[in-house]
Design a protein around this ligand. Structure first.
Ligand code: ZN
Length: 309
């Protein structure tokens, strides 16, 4: 999370993370999940998450400096079977570590779902919450998605560099792909600072369709997913995409209790709640599989209507 200059943790007067009541008015769910794979009315979303101990083991491989974090993330991607030529470095001028991109090819459309998390940290603390909690999930999300029989969309799992220096990695990716891949990006799912508490969606800037689907999947998993908007206190890697009218959604776990941990010595592995980390992982796995099956490509999208209920 890139914190606003004027709204630092500790300055409690300025912290205005507001839960939104609008999330209560959720249409009835139409997914009935007993376990994964998940059975739905009229469709089946089938995806097998990576084992808990493997997922947790990846969280624990946190490193202190940004280059080591980048190298570890690459090593974990390779262990998850994302190797050459699917694993790509995207060099970003002025940074010591390039963006890291793992591509999972889809079959039915040219369009792309980006799943992103920044791997860099600020100087203070271990950067466990912000944002090894997000970056360390990427290879496990890839691994689960890659074992499905078919994929409609191409997924790009991107570890962004230098988010904390001003969204440097995400801005560079958007700029360098503006005339090519960016046009095909159907959605960006960003994970920044999760598992320090229950999962939230950054409601104020989320694409409504992506948010509706997230709520349905959360309800199906009997998991809480509340709206918590952080507009006044920070920005995330979805901003450069939003500026280009790409539908985005941010997942985080920041509220008035957990936000003050960011960018301080308190941001350590010990504050990560392992149960939340596991449930966040399971939720995202299912959500991505669900999006792959449910989201209509832009190219085929009919005039804008309500998502099916
Ligand atoms: Zn941050």
């Amino acid at each position: 999370m890139r914190l606003s200059e004027l709204k630092r943790p500790g300055d409690r007067r300025c912290i205005v993370l507001l839960a939104s009541p609008t999330m209560e008015t959720v249409p009835k769910i139409w997914i009935f999940a007993f376990a994964l794979p998940l059975a739905t009315v009229g469709q089946t979303v089938s995806v097998a998450p990576v084992e808990d101990d493997v997922v947790l083991g990846r969280l624990k491989r946190i490193e202190k400096d940004n280059n080591a974090r980048r190298q570890t993330l690459e090593a974990i991607f390779r262990e998850a079977d994302c190797g050459d030529p699917a694993l790509i470095s995207h060099n970003v001028r002025g940074t010591s570590a390039p963006n890291l991109i793992c591509e999972l090819k889809g079959e039915a459309t040219e369009e792309i779902i980006v799943v992103s998390a920044h791997f860099d940290k600020v100087r203070a603390g271990a950067g466990a919450v912000d944002n090894w909690s997000g970056a360390s999930l990427l290879p496990s999300l890839f691994e689960a998605l890659s074992k499905r029989k078919t994929a409609k969309y191409t997924f790009l799992f991107i570890g962004f560099t230098d988010e904390e220096a001003g969204l440097v990695g995400s801005r560079a990716w958007v700029k360098d792909h503006k005339k090519t891949m960016l046009k095909n990006v159907r959605a960006v799912i960003n994970i920044d600072s999760v598992a320090v508490g229950p999962l939230y969606v950054w409601h104020s800037q989320a694409n409504p369709e992506l948010e509706q689907y997230a709520l349905r999947v959360a309800r199906a998993l009997k998991m809480s997913l509340t709206a918590m908007s952080a507009d006044q206190v920070g920005a995330s890697d979805t901003l450069p995409f939003r500026e280009n009218k790409v539908p985005i959604i941010d997942f985080h776990a920041l509220d008035n209790k957990t936000f003050p941990i960011l960018h301080t010595i308190d941001d350590q592995l010990s504050v990560i709640k392992l149960d939340e980390y596991k449930s966040t992982y399971r939720f995202l796995t299912l959500y991505l599989a669900f999006l792959d099956q449910t989201l209509l490509p832009k190219a085929s999208a009919e005039p804008k209507t309500e998502p099916p209920r």
